[in-house]
Design a protein around this ligand. Structure first.
Ligand code: SF4
Length: 439
């Protein structure tokens, strides 16, 4: 198993002097577990969505959307709290009818995060949502197309200081643009956003962010790239209707991560056909994996398992994931199948455990610190992680006799090598057979 290589080099587009939208770019050096990730973020204006700043160098925020009826105040609040606990910074709720707007009036004051109202076809719902006190709106230019209605909403938002996301969606593009561009194209989506911006400008409203989502990843990536060239408005990234995991996660990650690594994007949402908590987790984990947000929860790594494994690595890793749950322990924790290679391969992890001879060998920053019965591996990991999060790795190492733990690990390592030999995966035997077959 090899570690990740640091990605500190400029992309082809950067080397080619590709123009990064409007305005200058400030290099940002971010530190991730495997090393520094250097990227230049596109400089955007900053807007404020309630307490969360978006754009202008603010941390990239994670968004998701409730799937309850907004009129169900308690049910919706329960979901908002769960989303916030999973790392969501901003939550969107549908505002499709008067009862939903009334629900928002009760939800907004009790929500732990800013609430954005998603407006469908009725511009009056946007006015009602602002009356309810929402911190932001999302308008789909393909759904509300009458200029006087768009300008009425923007004027009210201007007076109330409420930002609006222009949420262009490939599936509901204005038919006139569809026809003009001969179908759904990146140019058509960008033009839709620009038309809406022009209506907003007519009433002197500029508290805006934009999304140009499509379910087709290359199309979505191209639309955002084009948009980034013509405006400094903060961008909300997402692949719409990505579908259920794992395919939905792959599509969302492909589109969002590609753009983030080009410095494009100020806030993100995974659109999954799944519990919205999965969306929030995925968003948070993606930003942490790219070094764009501080780690909040455990980053669990595990070996892929092989013939040398002394435990069911999948089972222990899954149980560990479950045990760490939403505990806010910003550590990298490793689950390794054997003590022969595990501690060495995961020496960069803050904490890890490797199996050997029916025992679990705990190691901190590659140093063996304790031996526990196999049945207590997960429990011990959690206990040590909590100690390290509170006191640091050095204090954890200092509280034990590492020489004793290393002797025990060496004993089990030798026993395993003696019983399995150097070639636990029987590769040498297979090679002999292959040679016989092809000779
Ligand atoms: S079981 Fe051991 S050798 Fe096999 S992948 Fe895991 S750590 Fe590596």
């Amino acid at each position: 198993m090899s570690g990740c290589e640091p990605t500190g080099q400029a992309s082809e587009r950067q080397r080619a002097g590709w123009r990064w939208g409007v305005g200058a770019r400030a290099p940002t050096v971010l530190t991730v577990a495997s090393g520094p990730l250097t990227t230049e973020r596109r400089t955007t204006r900053q807007i404020q969505v309630g307490s969360v700043a978006v754009g202008g160098g603010a941390p990239i925020s994670v968004q998701s959307m409730t799937i309850t009826k907004t009129a169900d105040v308690e049910g919706t609040l329960a979901q908002i709290y769960a989303l916030a606990g999973a790392g969501c910074d901003i939550v969107r709720c549908t505002c499709n009818e008067a009862a939903a707007a009334e629900g928002l009036a009760q939800i907004v004051p009790r929500s732990p995060v800013p609430i954005i109202a998603d407006i469908h076809h009725q511009y009056r719902m946007a006015l009602a949502a602002m009356e309810a006190g929402v911190q932001g709106l999302r308008l789909n230019p393909g759904n509300i197309r009458k200029p006087d209605q768009i300008k009425a909403v923007a004027s009210e938002a201007r007076d109330r200081n409420v930002p609006i996301r222009i949420g262009v969606n490939g599936g509901s593009l204005d038919p006139a643009l569809y026809e003009k561009h001969g179908g759904l194209t990146a140019e058509a989506m960008v033009e839709s956003a620009q038309q809406e911006l022009a209506y907003f400008a007519e009433v002197d409203f500029d508290l805006v962010k934009i999304s140009v989502k499509a379910s087709n990843v290359p199309l979505m990536v191209e639309a955002y790239r084009q948009l980034a060239e013509v405006t400094d408005v903060p961008l909300h990234l997402g692949v719409t209707e990505a579908g259920p995991p794992p395919a939905g996660l792959v599509k969302g990650t492909a589109g969002i991560a590609t753009l983030l690594l080009e410095g494009i994007g100020d806030t993100i949402r995974f659109s999954l056909t799944a519990d919205p908590i999965e969306e929030a987790r995925a968003g948070r984990q993606l930003l942490e994996a790219l070094g764009l947000r501080e780690r909040k929860n455990v980053d669990l790594i595990a070996c892929p398992s092989c013939g040398r494994a002394e435990i069911d690595v999948y089972d222990v890793a899954n149980r560990a994931m479950e045990a760490f749950g939403e505990r806010q322990l910003p550590l990298q924790v490793a689950v390794m199948g054997c003590v022969v290679n595990g501690p060495g391969e995961a020496r960069e992890a803050d904490l890890g455990i490797a199996a050997g001879n029916k025992r679990g060998h705990l190691f901190v920053k590659g140093r063996n610190v304790a031996v526990v019965p196999e049945s207590e591996m997960v429990e011990s990991l959690v206990e040590w992680a909590e100690f390290i999060a509170e006191h640091g790795a050095d204090a954890a190492i200092a509280r034990v006799d590492t020489a004793l733990a290393e002797r025990e690990a060496a004993k089990d390592r030798s026993a395993l090598l003696a019983s399995q030999g150097d070639d636990a995966n029987h590769a040498d035997e297979k090679i002999v057979e292959i040679r016989k077959t092809v000779s």
